[in-house]
Design a protein around this ligand. Sequence first.
Ligand SMILES: [Zn+2]
Length: 288
Amino acid sequence: MLVETHAHLDYPDFANDFDDVLRRATESGVTRIITIGTSVESSQRAVDLAEKHSNIFAVIGVHPTYAEEAEEDVITPLRELANSPRVAAIGETGLDYHRLPSVSAAKEKKVQVFARALQGETEEEIEASIQDGAHKSRQASLFQQQLDLAVELGLNVVIHQRDAWDDTLEIMRPYSGKLRGVFHCFGGTLEQANEVVDLGHLVSFTGIVTFKNGAAVRQVAARIPLWKFMVETDCPYLAPVPFRGKRCEPAHTRIVAETIAAARGISLDDVAAITTQTAQEFFRFNRT
Ligand SMILES: [Zn+2]
């Protein structure tokens, strides 16, 4: 028995063969799937799926990448959606500095940026850094609002963090002891993993642990305490080897768990039993 703790089943990638996807998950021993909302609309779809299928639960939230296009008040609709007993946590929420306006601009015009760096700051660069600031503060505000909502509802939080480690921990610090977070798709160092574990949080691992260039993450998964992580796919993204590059699906959670079991030198059954219990304690699967 395995819990797939991070899927995006509401994405159109699964529209054509949804029932087959669920069947293959069950056949692989994935008995429970958590589908993660990335916007208010996506969260609504996640709840709809969870209400229709007994083995699916929903996590509701607004992803930092959607911070700009998100409606001014996302909390009122999220609070309403959380009335569903199928809602297991808040998220995914957090900070993502990977595609800030200045970074995008730099990628598009690599050569010019290099030339400009030699000349000092241009008007365009100043404009981009102002935009970066606005973007970051909008993300931070949405993140904080969702952390507050989680505390209000007594739920834990699925955290998305990319290129924003320090700011993410800084924002979460005052919430220590009030809620727990899972740093999903963990790609950091063992030191960083222990840092979040020491703050009472968890991490979860995707198919990256199977990648040739995933040795560092595999090592972290092998050495972090057995009770401090969960398994996921982040499907439709990050299909594990040998499916790399194809659409990922919840059945592949088993490959992630097998890879971690092999890296730790323990059985798949042990990884499955313990990560399942960790998930049962972290997510709200039954309303008391
Ligand atoms: Zn995700």
